[in-house]
Design a protein around this ligand. Structure first.
Ligand code: UD1
Ligand code: CA
Length: 487
């Protein structure tokens, strides 16, 4: 492992070709920002310090980087005067830089792998070079800095597109933008970079020439997987990188023992964790920090974000977020699991059921057409079809608690806060407003009663009361107009 490594990540540029109010490096692929992927890879070299150079939208970009890497040093580049200038700003933020290795990377290469960076740094140190360049041989080198080698194959210079001769533009080996420097040489030579070039910018790549002129060693290493150094400059490139990243992630999970019926329609974020013998059916997105235990079958057509799926569970055509599904439980088709849903072992959430903040016990079932919000359902309980947990009284949310092995009938409404005891039952169409003791049967059939003016007197100052008030005034006016004596 290379020692005393400092990493500088460049993220000050505007990324105008994204045509976005969001800075380029904050755009996401595989469930992470592009710079999030880069910072993750950077971790593999165990750096002593990481400096991020921010400029455009420095608050938002800086806050995001700090969230991912609290120890980061943020260096502000007020004006983007080139990559050499950006690195100078970073070095000025590190008065104690001294010796060791400095790696410069850009914030927009989401496929970069830690192992590649580690190997590059190790090679740089072993060869005792002043400058190392990670290069790539690409089909279309347009726009990149070209790697000019001399007769011995040693790197002579990097020439930017706009400064390159016609011959140099034919060179297919390009600068990836990832470079390694001997720290003391970097500190000494940076101020000598000029801006006498086609763009009038301070090019970091001029360090190659400066090292050569000083008789120091320069080397270049061509990466055999150019995707890893590919940056996204616009939305099309972002989508291409996203697809390739996904292809790699899906393939990694298949090699780890996951069955993926259709890799082309399966999307798995970088931080998802899957156990052996998980099966994923077509049209499935596993996002965020989702974790799936062994033998679970997910899909077709599921979107699960930050969910935890137990062993042997079966989840079909479901949209879920921050939900925990127990072992052997079944969910779907067409279920909507909102944050705070917890389904116990062997439990069931069936078709057209929406759940939120709901603890559904072991073996408990909510099989059909229901809304379960802010509820606790005990083990072995069955909730009848078309049941609504009325958790919202128009002002505040309340909880419903249902005990173990209860049997509630179809088309019930539980008006929270309310508690139903263990082994209790309800009749069809019951509106449960009062607690039901254990073992009791609750029925609530009866004639409808209207309590006039309830909203105005019990919910004063709300939009509901105002609407009721307006409607009753209108009704009054209309009844006067209809009155032949007044009309
Ligand atoms: C740069 C390299 C080029 C290489 C290419 C790889 C130089 C002079 N050129 O060119 O050899 O092939 O990257 O993609 O280094 N940035 C700042 N501050 C600045 C300028 C840039 O932070 O003042 C950041 C950008 O946000 C970006 C990165 O540095 O992340 C590269 O800058 P960019 O302008 O894209 O450089 P290129 O012209 O593409
Ligand atoms: Ca670029």
């Amino acid at each position: 492992m290379p020692s005393n490594v400092t990493v500088i990540v460049l993220a000050a540029g505007g990324g105008t070709r994204m045509r976005s109010k969001t800075m380029k490096v904050l755009h996401q692929v595989g469930g992470r920002s592009m710079i999030g992927h880069v910072l993750k890879a950077v971790g593999a070299v165990e750096p002593e310090r990481v400096v991020a150079v921010v400029g455009h939208q420095r608050e938002r970009v800086g806050a995001h980087i700090q969230e991912l890497l609290p120890d980061v040093v943020l260096a502000v580049q007020e004006e983007q005067q080139g990559t050499g200038h950006a690195v100078r700003v970073a070095v000025e933020a590190l008065p104690d830089l001294g010796s060791g290795t400095v790696i410069v990377a850009t914030g927009d290469t989401p496929l970069l792998e830690g192992e590649s960076l580690r190997a590059f740094a190790a090679e740089h140190e072993a060869a005792e070079r002043a400058v190392s360049v990670l290069t790539a041989v690409v089909a279309d080198p347009f726009g990149y800095g070209r790697v000019v080698r001399d007769g011995d194959g040693d790197v002579e210079a990097i020439v930017e597109e706009k400064d390159a001769s016609a011959d140099q533009r034919e060179i297919a080996e390009i600068n990836s933008g990832i470079l390694a420097f001997d720290a003391s040489f970097l500190v000494e030579a940076l101020p000598r970079i000029g801006n006498d070039n086609a763009k009038g910018e301070y090019y970091l790549t001029d360090m190659v020439q400066l090292a050569r002129d000083a008789g120091l060693t320069v080397g270049a290493h061509a990466i055999d997987d150019p995707w890893q150094t590919e940056g996204a400059n616009d939305r099309e490139e972002l989508a291409l990188l996203g697809r390739e990243l996904n292809r790699r992630i899906v393939s990694r999970w298949m090699r780890a023992g996951v069955t993926v019926m259709d890799p082309a329609t399966t999307w798995i974020d970088a931080d998802v964790v899957l156990a052996q013998d998980v099966t994923i059916l077509p049209g499935t997105q596993l996002l965020g920090a989702t974790v799936v235990a062994e033998d679970a079958v997910i899909g077709p057509d599921c979107t699960l974000k930050d969910c935890e799926i137990g062993a042997g569970a079966r989840v079909v055509r479901t949209h879920g977020e921050l939900a925990v599904i127990g072992d052997e439980a079944t969910v779907g088709p067409f279920s909507y699991l909102r944050p705070g849903t917890r389904l116990g072992k062997g439990g069931k959430i069936g078709g057209f059921v929406e759940t939120k903040n709901a603890d559904i016990g072991e073996g408990a079932k909510v099989p059909h057409l229901s809304y379960v919000g802010d509820a606790e359902i005990g083990e072995g309980t069955n909730i009848g079809a078309g049941t609504i947990f009325a958790n919202y009284d128009g002002v505040a949310k309340h909880r419903t608690t249902i005990g173990k092995h209860a049997r509630t009938a179809s088309n019930n409404t539980f008006v929270a806060p309310v508690e139903v005891g263990d082994g209790a039952a309800t009749g069809a169409g019951t509106v449960v407003r009062r607690d039901v003791p254990p073992g009791a049967l609750a029925v609530s059939a009866g004639p409808q009663r209207n309590l006039p003016g309830w909203a105005q007197s019990r919910r004063p100052g709300t939009a509901q009361a105002a609407a009721a008030e307006a409607a009753s005034r209108e009704a009054e006016v209309t009844s006067h107009e209809d009155d032949p004596e007044l009309g």
